[in-house]
Ligand binder design. Structure first.
Ligand code: SF4
Ligand code: SF4
Length: 310
């Protein structure tokens, strides 16, 4: 644990997100094969034993000591986008097939003229929005399940995705984690459903409850929107992180920037004089290694990690 705290205190870390709802094992293996060649620091894992085993096995097969990396286990509250999965109502579907083009996970496919969604691939990003598509909660993983899984796999960070409007639910889940988990707690939330005032009040509640035990706040911009490498995509994430600057002087408070993050995030944060512990990248990190050969994928991944850590 001390090693992780030292790393967090050192700052400018890169956290790789496999996708909380991503149970596409082939893709997970490939992401790890590529990013293990970079100086990434933290790997964000879904609450799924098979995915966790696969990450560890892939690293071991590449002769890495799995202890060289820090792991974070993510789970989401009901109605947080990260917990959602898309469904098509084929009676309403006009067969325009536009959704296939927008899906970053290639989760949408056609079978016998019907449009279907592979729930293992769907990460709930909602880029496929249309009248024929609805979203439902995908997992029913409680904070207690997450604690069990983290302890079983020696994972030192649990991340609660809490971009919902119900502050009572967020507090209750946080309290249970705080009581039952000895490691580091991270809370990822955004201004999508909560006002700035509510985000700050919740953060102060978490800080008080943690009593100087490590707390990470992950300021989310537009969740899972980081397909593009421009300032617009990352602006909301950097601007959300600005809210939490005052807490960085506290000894056990750490701040990550996520949601729309890309190669511009560190630069924009630096230009805006924003301090942070790390940058979390998911959608963009996956996009730059797709549809290119392995050598190019490694070059792209290394560039992203270096820029985020600069
Ligand atoms: S689900 Fe919507 S976007 Fe996709 S093919 Fe049907 S009508 Fe078009
Ligand atoms: S666009 Fe996003 S929400 Fe829609 S099917 Fe693809 S991964 Fe799922």
């Amino acid at each position: 644990m001390e090693y992780i705290i030292d790393k967090l205190n050192y700052g400018h870390l890169f956290k790789l997100v496999l996708g909380l709802g991503n149970l596409n094992y082939e893709q997970i293996k490939y992401i790890i094969q590529i990013y293990s060649n970079t100086k990434m620091d933290i790997i964000d894992l879904p609450c799924d034993q098979r995915a966790i085993d696969l990450v560890f096995e892939t690293l071991k097969n590449k002769n890495f000591n799995i202890e060289n990396f820090v792991y974070c286990l993510s789970f989401a509250l009901n109605d947080d986008k990260h917990n959602m999965c898309a469904f098509v109502n084929n009676q309403k579907c006009k067969k325009c097939y536009k959704c296939l083009k927008y899906c970053p996970q290639k989760a949408i496919y056609i079978k016998e003229k019907n449009v279907l969604i592979d729930s293992n691939k769907c990460i709930g990003c909602q880029k496929c929005k249309c009248k024929a598509i609805s979203y439902k909660n995908k997992f029913s993983i409680s904070e207690f399940d997450a604690v069990k899984l983290a302890n079983k796999n020696n994972i030192n960070i649990i991340e609660l995705h809490a971009s919902i409007s119900k502050t009572k639910t967020i507090k209750k889940t946080f309290d249970n984690l705080n009581t039952h988990f000895d490691g580091i707690i991270s809370v990822c939330f955004s201004r999508e459903y909560l006002s700035e005032n509510k985000l700050l009040k919740l953060t102060e509640y978490f800080i008080k409850k943690r009593q100087n035990k490590p707390l990470i706040i992950q300021a989310d911009g537009f969740s899972m929107s980081g397909g593009d490498n421009n300032y617009f995509s990352t602006l909301n994430a950097v601007s959300c992180s600005q809210l939490f600057q005052k807490y960085l002087k506290l000894p056990c408070f750490y701040l990550f920037i996520s949601g729309g993050t890309n190669e511009k995030t560190a630069q924009l944060a630096s230009l805006s004089n924003i301090k942070y512990t790390g940058i979390t990248v998911g959608s963009y990190a996956r996009k730059i290694i797709e549809n290119v050969n392995m050598d190019t994928a490694i070059i792209n991944a290394k560039r992203l990690v270096e820029l985020c850590k600069s």
